[in-house]
Design a protein around this ligand. Structure first.
Ligand code: HEM
Length: 409
């Protein structure tokens, strides 16, 4: 077979070709094993089984005792010293450690907290459109999609205005390193810059945490450092790694969905008409369909803890499986005519926010709220808005990332 998901070359292929390759993998009787080559400076394993069908991704997600998120869900996993310096992120933990952290931080995502954010999200979306009108349309990513998610996370955390420019800069640097590593020199250079950026973010939030512990405000950092859930609170390092997780998990994902989303609405005028004719009734379905179609996070990994049979495949303790969300979301047995963008789909849930289980995206409702508000503002005030040409994609095996998307209105 000419498909090698462990080969970086695969991720350079155009999206359409990659979707075709996954369709061929889905037809096979059982998941295929892809051996991995050694990646300098990073820990790579022997290889992994690719879970490409919807049912397989769901099974692995809802059985964390067999499909563990430890030692890490990224592939290859970060070297041990990274965890040592930054502390561990809950996305890479199993219960009960994971449940403890999730319990503490999930208060930030309660319906009440999210509804408190709505006025702010409305204001930022209005400002973004004001600025686009004043400057004229050039790049949808830079002028629209990239602005909202990071603003919302900074607001939630109560990052002061004068610190925000440096947060933005550090986030840009730290996320530039996800995915593909073209050469040893670039691996080392980008890796070092990435680590320094993450360290700077961690230092900033730890300093804020200490200040807010003395003089708490209404923000999430104050809530996290003063809260006591079952006698527990976050340590400095846990606070730092949670902030990094929010910035990495909640920033690129929503931004890439919006950037691909404007192109999907442009390329599918009949779906756009359906949406604009009855925005309130249709926007929920439109957002789910965007997340399914785009699958902003393309893969996460699990490690098998005990012998287990999955669809005729005998897995052994220590084996790695990779959950390919983009492929599961195009599984034709669940989503008929899966390449079609159809905001009226009435099928099983997609797995764009992860499969059902303890790690299901904590920010899913926040992401939905951000995208609903942004598209409402755009489609109401700029009814002729549309993408122009093809997006410039970032080379990555992890984020379905758009670097640039020209547009007009
Ligand atoms: C379209 C936007 C988004 C997509 C597609 C997305 C996707 C995902 C996926 C696939 C996971 C599952 C990880 C796993 O199973 O191992 C996840 C987890 C997570 N997401 Fe999102 N995400 C989005 C937006 C956000 C936002 C806006 C935030 C917060 C600001 C956020 C915070 C998180 C956190 C904290 C986790 C870890 C949950 C845990 O381990 O318990 N996400 N996300």
């Amino acid at each position: 077979m000419d498909i090698d998901l462990a080969d970086l070359g695969f991720w350079r292929r155009p999206l359409k070709e990659r979707h075709e390759a996954f369709a061929r993998l889905r037809e096979l009787d059982r998941p295929v094993f892809f051996p991995e080559r050694r990646v300098p400076l990073l820990r790579s394993g022997r290889g992994f089984y690719a879970l490409v069908r919807h049912a397989d991704v769901v099974e692995a997600s809802r059985n964390p005792k067999i499909f563990s998120s430890e030692p890490a869900v990224t592939n290859p996993e970060p070297p041990g010293w990274v965890k040592h310096v930054f502390g561990e992120s809950m996305v890479n933990m199993d219960d009960p450690r994971h449940a403890r952290l999730r319990r503490i931080v999930s208060r930030a995502f309660s319906p009440r907290m999210l509804s408190n954010l709505q006025d702010d999200i409305d204001r930022v979306c209005a400002e973004i459109v004001d600025d686009v009108v004043a400057a004229g349309p050039v790049d949808f990513v830079d002028q629209v999609a990239a602005r909202l998610p990071i603003h919302v996370i900074c607001d939630m955390m109560g990052i002061p205005g004068d610190e925000r420019a440096s947060v933005h800069e550090h986030v840009d640097v730290s996320t530039a390193y996800t995915g593909v590593r073209p050469s040893l020199a670039q691996t080392a250079r980008r890796g070092a810059r990435n680590m320094l950026a993450l360290l700077a973010l961690q230092r900033l939030v730890i300093r804020l945490g200490r200040e807010r512990a003395q003089a708490p405000g209404k923000d999430l950092v104050s809530a996290l450092v003063t809260a006591n859930v079952d006698g527990e609170r976050l340590t400095d390092r846990e606070l730092g790694s949670f902030f990094a997780l929010l910035l990495v998990a909640g920033n690129e994902t929503a931004r890439n969905t919006m950037a691909h989303g404007i192109k999907l609405l442009t390329d599918n005028p009949e779906q756009r008409r359906l949406l604009t004719e009855d925005f309130d009734a249709r926007i929920g379905g439109a957002i789910e369909e965007m997340v399914r179609h785009v699958s902003p996070i393309m893969q996460f990994r699990r490690t098998v803890t005990q012998d287990h049979d999955l669809r005729g495949l005998h897995l052994k303790a220590g084996d790695k499986v990779v959950l390919f969300y983009g492929s599961a979301n195009r599984d034709e047995t669940v989503f008929p005519d899966p390449d079609r963008f159809d905001i009226t789909r009435d099928t099983k849930p997609h797995v764009g926010f992860g499969g059902p289980g303890p790690h299901f995206c904590l920010g899913a409702n926040l992401a939905r709220q951000e995208m609903r508000t942004m598209f409402r503002e755009l489609l109401t005030r700029l009814p002729e808005i549309r993408s122009v040409g093809e997006p410039e994609l970032l080379l990555s095996n992890f984020d379905n990332s758009v670097r640039r998307q020209a547009f007009t209105f």
